[in-house]
Design a protein around this ligand. Structure first.
Ligand SMILES: NC(=O)c1ccc[n+]([C@@H]2O[C@H](COP(=O)([O-])OP(=O)(O)OC[C@H]3O[C@@H](n4cnc5c(N)ncnc54)[C@H](O)[C@@H]3O)[C@@H](O)[C@H]2O)c1
Length: 257
């Protein structure tokens, strides 16, 4: 038995970086994956996630989805239900960042970051929980949500006010959904990455920032998308019992130091 054998999983932001690693890891564990993203282009380069999965013989679909658009979020969940008959796991990974401090952030930038990073999680989770509540439980659980938050949901994101605040909202929303729907068989947790090397550009990816972050991390390396995928896999699997509302750090010890 693989750890997600036969599970129907919907993953936002699955075209690149951490979401892509989660899609590959989950498919290798037997999940049927639906990839939801605004694009199929891989930020860090390489063949699209859908092609990678299908070439490896996995069951995968892509549904073009802007998580900030209510109708898209609903359509992604509906598509998964039509294709697989149920939705076992939703992974909310999609996010954007403008990388600006308070005084340089326009209202439009603030609103856009919140629309994707927080409203997107709200819209996807609302549609998913509605579908999960209508399906019979498997064991104690009707459905699971794994949110990708950030260590910056707990400490400030240097010079990145909208991003950090939106991620704090994701940490809160994780607890709220967990508490409100635990009695109905919905399990909702988050994985909070530290510094993970993906295809992102900007100040956080500069050589200086990489050197600083490596030295600042007790494990003396930066994270890999697979590090986060491993933790997400645990939270998506039946091994995560009596565990909801949690925000699991995957940061090489950054927050402990
Ligand atoms: N990389 C890090 O160091 C790090 C650290 C902490 C948290 N995170 C979080 O991990 C997640 C993934 O980060 P990443 O580094 O892999 O980012 P990434 O930019 O490589 O990938 C993000 C994906 O989300 C998609 N996306 C963007 N807007 C979307 C929208 N409106 N609707 C649907 N999809 C959309 C993009 O197309 C892309 O495929 C994010 O939630 C991010 O905040 C990353």
């Amino acid at each position: 038995m693989r750890r997600l054998d036969g599970k129907s999983v919907l993953i936002t932001g699955a075209s690149s970086g951490i979401g892509r690693a989660i899609a590959l890891r989950f498919a290798n564990e037997g999940a049927h994956v639906v990839l939801a993203d605004v694009t199929q282009t891989v930020r860090e380069g390489g063949v699209p996630t859908l092609d990678l999965l299908r070439e490896a013989g996995h069951d995968a679909e892509f549904v073009r989805t802007d998580v900030a658009v209510e109708a898209d979020a609903q359509a992604a969940v509906d598509y998964t239900l039509r294709r697989h008959g149920r939705l076992d796991v939703l992974v909310n990974d999609a996010a954007i960042s403008v990388g600006k401090p308070l005084l340089e952030t326009s209202l439009d930038e603030w609103n856009r970051v919140f629309a994707v990073n927080l409203t997107g999680v709200f819209l996807m989770s609302r549609a998913a929980v509605c579908a999960m509540l209508a399906q019979p439980p498997q064991g104690e659980v009707r459905g699971r949500i794994v949110n990708v938050s950030s260590q910056h949901g707990m400490i400030s994101a240097p010079g990145n006010v909208a991003y950090g605040t939106s991620k704090a909202g994701v940490v809160y929303l994780t607890r709220q959904i967990a508490a409100d729907y635990a009695a109905h068989g919905i399990v909702c947790n988050a994985v909070a990455p530290g510094k993970i090397v993906t295809g992102k550009s900007g100040p956080a990816a500069s050589a200086q920032a990489i050197d600083y972050s490596t030295a600042r991390t007790p494990m003396r390396r930066l994270g890999r998308p697979d590090d986060v995928a491993n933790a997400a896999l645990f939270l998506a699997s039946d091994e995560a019992t009596f565990l909801t509302g949690d925000n699991l750090l995957v940061d090489g010890g950054w927050m402990a130091a």
